[in-house]
Design a binder for this molecule. Structure first.
Ligand SMILES: *Cc1c(COP(=O)(O)O)cnc(C)c1O
Length: 365
């Protein structure tokens, strides 16, 4: 296909889902994290397919992401990790389940639910065990239990926390401390509550590195999309998204001619360049310019030369047997998003989620 597109391989998704499931103890549920457009892929296509495969729960960051899933027909529960009072209406209208992570959000959501005549509306309590991003503190449990006595508008469906460095085994002591802190808080609440909320703390790397911390459910994002945060786990997973483009035009240039804005590249020989219709507005950071990044054409690496433009970039294809209209791969199965992103000291997560909405998504079944 002769345009820039992000191919989404549902077979790879199925493989990753099965692989991650195989790591879970019996009866542990799986939550698919489909925030940020499904890590830059297509949240609705991915979620509909995972729902068919039997995933138990979804998580999104913001309420509007959950609304989009409901519009696409997703039926299973959706946790909103970062709800904000301005979006509580969207939460309730779409049967989304908010994470209550602070006294302010707890108070405001309980009041909102009550004002909207809700009874036992499902909510999730988020505890900060060391990431220091969102969450109640360990010693907030008394306050929470007091507030719960005053209302029947909400019901605690789960209790959770998030690990700061589950992929880094040098931080094992810190991670174990987070797991212990979470266990303690959860036990305090479980003893005091009539209901039995379920517990979850693990992200993808914790599924692999801390099997003892699976509790009742795990939340997996990056693993579903095919990346495991270590070369070994990357081998066990398959990239779901593959970013491809085409050669729009080929130029033969002479020594001392320059390429692109600010004349940042100067040819040293007779060279062949190709112009590719993808730029920084599409998520290919300017940092990839001037030889930092590359694309592959006919299986060979073609370095990006000069500055990445808004809608295009130029690569050196000297010595590569190719023609206008040929396919170009930016990342995917043959070129790992891990290796590409590492060239600008970034991570797979950032490269994947940067792929702009301007790029056509093509689902391969
Ligand atoms: C994004 C996110 C996840 C998923 O993490 P991965 O490393 O992609 O598996 C899990 N939990 C929370 C709270 C998150 O914000």
């Amino acid at each position: 296909m002769g345009v820039t597109r992000l191919e989404i391989n549902l077979n790879a998704l199925k493989h990753n889902y099965a692989y991650l499931r195989s790591k879970l103890a019996k009866d542990v549920k799986m939550m698919g994290v489909v925030k940020a457009f499904g890590y830059g892929s297509d949240a609705c296509e991915v979620a509909l397919f995972l729902e068919e495969l039997g995933i138990d729960y979804f998580a999104v960051a913001y309420a509007h992401e959950g609304e989009a899933l409901r519009k696409a027909g997703i039926q299973i529960p959706i946790l909103v990790l970062h709800p904000q009072p301005d979006n509580f209406k969207v939460v309730i209208e779409n049967c989304l389940e908010p994470s209550l992570y602070s006294a302010r959000v707890f108070r405001e959501f309980s009041a909102f639910a009550k004002a909207h005549k809700q009874k036992h509306y499902p909510v999730h309590l988020k505890f900060n065990t060391g990431l220091n991003r969102l969450g109640f503190w360990e010693n907030d449990t008394d306050w929470i239990l007091e507030r719960l006595k005053e209302t029947d508008a909400i019901k605690i469906t789960s209790i959770f926390s998030h690990l700061a460095a589950s992929e880094d085994l040098e931080e094992k002591t810190f991670t174990q401390h987070q797991i212990a802190s979470f266990t303690k808080t959860a036990n305090t609440l479980l003893q005091a509550l009539d209901d039995t909320p379920f517990l979850h703390q693990s992200n993808t790397s914790a599924i692999i590195n801390y099997p003892e911390a699976q509790f009742d459910m795990v939340r997996t994002g990056i693993g579903l999309y095919g990346y495991g945060n270590t070369p070994k786990e990357d081998q066990n997973l398959r990239p779901v998204a593959c970013l491809k483009s085409v050669i729009s035009q080929i130029h033969m240039i002479e020594p001392n001619e320059t390429v692109g804005y600010n004349r940042a590249y100067t040819a040293t020989h007779y060279e062949k360049t190709a112009t590719i219709p993808i730029g920084h507005a599409d998520g290919i950071s300017r940092a990839y310019g001037n030889g930092k990044g590359y694309v592959t054409i006919q299986g060979e690496k073609a370095p990006i030369i000069g500055n990445v433009c808004m809608d295009m970039l130029m690569v050196n294809i000297t010595g590569i047997d190719c023609k206008e209209g040929d396919d170009v791969t930016i990342f995917g199965e043959e070129v790992s998003a891990v290796d590409v992103s590492a060239r600008i000291h970034s991570i797979s997560y950032e490269l994947l989620t940067a792929v702009s909405q301007r790029i056509k998504r093509v689902v391969l079944r």
